[in-house]
Design a protein around this ligand. Structure first.
Ligand code: TYD
Length: 145
């Protein structure tokens, strides 16, 4: 069972110069996983919402490399909203967190580091299914997922 309290902001640090900034990111250092995949969201129209799902196994780190957006996280019990608007902060998401990404500003780029390759069977895309899975977890009194 994951908790929204495990959704942590990670400070990636900055190597700055008069020619701009650079932020390096290492798997196993900034995130507790080996990075198997990187993808990014861009050209997101105003008012669009991304996410709207949870993952059975996947862990992620989400970075607003440009612009800003808000990520709402839900563990089936508690919810939080975290706004990202700095290129050197990331949000770590463990498995079994329902997330929605909203409030994209024009030109925002959402960079995602993922612990596994893309696998549609790892997605839970129905919120009722998500609640059923989290309530079957040990904290809910049943079998672990
Ligand atoms: P999805 O993860 O639902 O997007 P978001 O959470 O940003 O709203 O993926 C959208 C589509 O893109 C879906 O058809 C699967 C596809 N996709 C890939 O082919 N590879 C990937 O690595 C990802 C993340 C998605």
């Amino acid at each position: 069972m994951s908790s929204v309290d495990e959704c942590k902001i990670v400070n990636l640090g900055r190597v700055g110069s008069s020619a701009g900034n650079l932020s390096p990111l290492y798997g196993g250092v900034h995130v507790p996983f080996d990075i198997k995949r990187v993808y990014y969201l861009y050209d997101v129209p105003g008012g669009a919402e991304r996410g709207g799902h949870a993952h059975l196994k996947l862990e992620q780190l989400i970075v607003a490399v440009s612009g800003s957006f808000t990520i709402t996280v839900d563990d089936g019990d508690s919810q939080r909203a975290i706004s990202l608007d700095r290129s050197y902060y990331g949000l770590y998401l463990p498995r079994l967190i329902w997330r929605e990404i909203i409030g994209f500003c024009t030109g925002a780029v959402c960079l995602v580091f993922a612990s596994l390759p893309y696998d549609e069977s790892d997605y839970i895309r129905d919120h009722q299914d998500f609640l059923a899975v989290t309530r079957r977890s040990p904290i809910g009194g049943g079998a672990a997922v």
